[in-house]
Ligand binder design. Structure first.
Ligand SMILES: NC(=O)c1ccc[n+]([C@@H]2O[C@H](COP(=O)([O-])OP(=O)(O)OC[C@H]3O[C@@H](n4cnc5c(N)ncnc54)[C@H](OP(=O)(O)O)[C@@H]3O)[C@@H](O)[C@H]2O)c1
Length: 292
C-alpha cells in the first residue's frame, strides 16, 4: 500500500531516513518538522526530489506548543486531507538519574512524547474516521519495555505513549482504523550521542551509577544499526493491517521483549543491573546527600 504518510521529526535521524525511504517507495510524504525549509532541503537532497514536488510537503510542528500542533493539523488537512498513516516519530532524550533532573525535563519529555502526539492525533482523527481508514504509528523504544536507569523520564514517557496507543487501538479499530507500535532498538542517530542534554553529576551521590551507565552506554553505541535499517523495518510494518500491531525493530529490541516475557521482575532487575554494570544493592558506602 502507498498513500500519504505524515512523519513527525523528519528533519534528521530515523524520521529523515524513514521519510526518504517511503518517498522512494512512492508514498506522498508530509514532513512535520520544527524548521520547514531546512528539513525540506535535507529531504530533497536525500531523495533527489525536485523543488515543489507535490509528493514532498513540509509542515511546521513543535510538539511542545499546543498552538503549533493545532496549526500543523490544519496545514496537513489543507495540503493532503486525511492521511493514510501518521507516524509519531519525533523524540528527545536526556542523560541523568531521576533525582538529578529538573521538573522542566519531565514536562518537555511528556509534551514531546505524549501530549503533543495525542493532540495531533485527535486533530486528525475526525478526517481519518470520515475516510474510514488510516493507521497511527508510534515509534517506541526498547527502553519502554521496563524502566531503564539513567533514562527514567524517557522510559516513563514512552511507556505512557504505548499505553495510550493500546487503548486508542481498541477505540478506533471498530471504525476501520489501526495502530502500530514499533519497539525500536539502538540506531545510530543524535539521540544516542552526547548531543542530548546532560544533567549527570559525576561527583554527586549518583557518581558511580552515572559512570557505569556512561561506560556501558558508550559500548552499546558501537553496535547501533544504521537509520536506513529502521526505515525498512517501518516500511515492512506498514504492510501489517491488523487493528493493533506491536513489533520490535532491531535485534536488541527483540531480545529485550523476549527477556521481559520470560523473566520474573526481580530477575529482570538484576539482568538490567548487570547489563549496565551497576553495583549491588546497598554496596555504595556513605553517599553524599547533595544534589547540585
Ligand atoms: N536512535 C535510537 O537508538 C532510538 C531508539 C529507540 C527509539 N528511538 C526513537 O526514535 C524517534 C526518532 O529519534 P532519532 O533516533 O531519529 O533521534 P534524533 O536524530 O535526535 O531526531 C529526533 C527528531 O525529533 C524532532 N523533535 C524533537 N523535539 C521535537 C519537538 N518538540 N517538536 C517536533 N519535533 C521534535 C527533532 O527535530 P529537530 O531537528 O528540530 O531537533 C528530530 O527530527 C524518537 O521518538 C526516539 O525516541 C530512537
Amino acid at each position: 500500500m502507498v498513500g500519504t504518510v505524515v512523519i513527525t521529526g523528519a528533519s534528521r535521524g530515523l524520521g529523515l531516513a524513514s521519510a526518504t525511504h517511503l518517498y522512494q517507495q512512492g508514498w506522498r510524504v508530509v514532513a512535520a518538522v520544527r524548521t520547514v525549509e531546512a528539513g525540506l532541503e535535507r529531504l530533497r537532497t536525500a531523495t533527489g526530489a525536485p523543488d515543489g514536488d507535490p509528493r514532498l510537503v513540509g509542515v511546521r510542528l513543535d510538539l511542545r506548543d499546543r498552538a503549533s500542533v493545532a496549526a500543523a493539523a490544519d496545514a496537513i488537512l489543507d495540503a493532503v486531507g486525511a492521511p493514510e498513516v501518521l507516524v509519531h516519530n519525533a523524540g528527545i532524550a536526556v542523560a541523568g538519574c531521576a533525582e538529578e533532573l529538573p521538573a522542566e525535563v519531565w514536562q518537555d519529555m511528556f509534551a514531546t512524547h505524549l501530549f503533543g502526539p495525542v493532540a495531533l492525533t485527535n486533530a486528525l482523527l475526525p478526517s481519518m474516521r470520515e475516510a474510514r481508514r488510516g493507521r497511527i504509528v508510534v515509534v517506541s523504544s526498547l527502553i519502554s519495555i521496563r524502566g531503564f536507569p539513567g533514562a527514567s523520564p524517557y522510559s516513563a514517557a514512552k511507556s505512557a505513549l504505548e499505553r495510550w496507543a493500546e487503548a486508542l487501538a481498541s477505540e478506533i479499530s471498530p471504525l476501520g482504523l489501526g495502530v502500530t507500535v514499533l519497539v525500536t532498538g539502538t540506531f545510530d542517530t543524535e539521540i544516542i550521542t552526547d548531543a542530548i542534554d546532560d544533567y549527570r553529576d559525576f561527583d554527586g551521590p549518583y557518581a558511580v551509577q552515572n559512570q557505569c551507565i556512561d561506560r556501558r552506554g558508550r559500548s552499546a553505541i558501537r553496535f547501533a544499526s544504521p537509520p536506513e535499517r529502521f526505515a525498512r523495518g517501518l516500511s515492512r510494518a506498514l504492510r501489517a493491517t491488523g487493528p493493533y500491531v506491536r513489533r520490535p525493530v532491531g535485534a536488541d529490541a527483540r531480545l529485550t521483549l523476549i527477556a521481559r516475557r520470560l523473566l520474573p521482575d526481580g530477575v529482570l532487575h538484576q539482568v538490567v543491573r548487570l547489563a549496565m554494570g551497576l553495583p549491588r544493592a546497598g554496596s555504595i558506602p556513605e553517599p553524599s546527600t547533595t544534589i547540585r
